[in-house]
Write a protein that binds this ligand. Structure first.
Ligand code: TXA
Ligand code: MG
Length: 324
């Protein structure tokens, strides 16, 4: 079983494992990541193995500085402005890859672009000390709900990895926003911790929604973030025996007969709701109810990312190859 170590005491142990081409679960501000040296084929292969993730689904490379980022990818002025505004933070930029740096081709699944992000906190210090970028998908088994606590990582991957670094619950709670910068246009491949609104305000231009482009972030398709229970969205009425994922001060009809209730945010705050989303879904799943009913959640701001994850959790389960 993996050792779970407090972040304040874990830096040296994590560094030693990473330098040896092993993988380590680490906290970021969004969700926990399963990290390995992005220049090591062995480390990256271990990430895919531990997650049970299809190898053509590329990973995000995490950096600690602009100097490191610029060695890996080509930044046009628009990309540079985005990085300046949102890094470190929950924004991933998909940019043209420079081959010279030595990112292992398994990271990009052979694409000529790379997904780059600069995380906050423990992850940043770790990358800085290692001196190399870390490839890190969310630290969950492929197709399951992302982990926002060290305990959730240990439960899901504990028998497959050696170390989980415990940095407490992740503050943002949903994964980073993925934005593709292409020919002066911004395409939202995955809504996440930075809202489209914040991006539009910062650079003074519109963000195109994923729509047909969804296929370009290969992990973004079909059933994903799947709990064991089935998920019913936008409910006005809870059926007896269902678990209820609530939002805001007013309850759906029938909530008194729910098997279990968790409220994402009593006061209707979307930031708080995002932070609670994955752990509450897991908790309701553990209640044993066959169905989790979800109250409507507004689509503005972080609501876009929350609704995106819930839609995937509710999608028909398919054993397709696009889970991550
Ligand atoms: O918040 C996050 O982004 C977390 C933390 C650990 O950093 N990471 C994360 O990674 O969510 P992952 O692997 O679960 O999701 C990465 C997504 C996948 O949907 C993948 O298909 C997409 O990024 N992706 C990676 N490289 C890409 C590329 N070159 N072009 C388009 N999409 C890419
Ligand atoms: Mg994931």
């Amino acid at each position: 079983m993996a050792e779970v170590k407090q972040a304040a005491q874990a830096l040296d142990a994590a560094l030693a494992l990473l330098a040896a081409g092993e993988v380590v679960a680490i906290p970021t501000e969004t969700v926990y990541g399963l990290a390995g040296d992005a220049t090591s084929g062995q480390a990256v292969a271990r990430i895919f193995e531990a997650k049970g993730r299809p190898r053509f689904n590329p990973l995000i490379a995490h950096v600690a500085s602009m100097a490191m980022a610029e060695k890996i990818a080509v930044f046009d002025p628009l990309s540079a402005r985005l990085a300046e505004n949102f890094w470190p933070g929950p924004l991933t930029l998909v940019l043209p890859l420079r081959e010279a740096f030595g990112i292992h081709p398994l990271v990009t699944a052979g694409l000529d672009t790379i997904a780059l992000r600069m995380p906050r906190g423990f992850a940043s210090g770790l990358i800085d000390r290692l001196g190399r970028p870390l490839a890190a998908p969310s630290a969950n088994r492929s197709g399951r709900i992302s982990a926002t606590t060290a305990a959730a990582v240990a439960e899901d991957l504990g028998d497959r990895i050696r170390l989980v670094v415990d940095g407490g619950p992740t503050p943002v709670g949903v994964e980073s926003t993925i934005l593709k910068v292409e020919k002066g246009k911004l395409r939202l491949l995955r809504p996440g911790g930075v809202t489209a609104d914040e991006i539009e305000k910062a650079v003074g231009m519109g963000v195109e929604r994923y729509g047909d482009a969804a296929i370009e972030a290969p992990g973004m398709m079909a059933s994903h973030y799947a709990p064991g229970a089935s998920v019913r969205l936008d409910v006005a009425e809870v059926h007896p025996g269902e678990a209820l994922l609530a939002f805001g001060p007013r309850r759906a009809a029938g909530s008194n007969d729910a098997a279990a209730v968790k409220n994402l945010s009593e006061r209707g705050d979307l930031r708080e709701a995002a932070a609670n989303l994955f752990s509450y879904l897991k908790e309701l799943d553990r209640s044993g109810a066959a169905t989790i009913a979800v109250e409507p959640i507004p689509f503005d701001g972080l609501g876009e990312a929350i609704n995106d994850r819930l839609r995937r959790a509710a999608a028909p389960r398919r054993h397709d190859m696009n889970r991550d």
